[in-house]
Ligand binder design. Structure first.
Ligand code: SF4
Ligand code: SF4
Length: 82
């Protein structure tokens, strides 16, 4: 999963771009639910939130490192639950 750092300026550009609805406004900055973020695997070649963030504050979450296979498994589980 990716994460949003405290450099976030709450511009709201990323939230509608997420195909998994993993991004939401937190108490102070936007946040990513690691259970929903597939790093856009299954949907796009590149993480869409990273592409649009004007301050480049969406790195990989070191606490939620996943392989491409794990991300694809998550994607499939999310799709099956829809
Ligand atoms: Fe959503 Fe993709 Fe960003 Fe994860 S990487 S939060 S799935 S837009
Ligand atoms: Fe924050 Fe970047 Fe999302 Fe804007 S695009 S809300 S700065 S994480």
């Amino acid at each position: 999963a990716l994460m949003i750092t405290d450099e976030c300026i709450n511009c709201d550009v990323c939230e509608p771009e997420c195909p998994n609805e993993a991004i939401y406004p937190g108490d102070e900055i936007y946040e990513i639910d690691p259970n929903l973020c597939t790093e856009c695997v299954g949907h796009y070649d590149e993480p869409q939130c990273q592409q649009v963030c004007p301050v480049d504050c969406i790195p990989l979450d070191p606490d939620h490192k996943e392989t491409r296979e794990q991300l694809m498994t998550k994607y499939e589980a999310l799709m099956a639950a829809k």
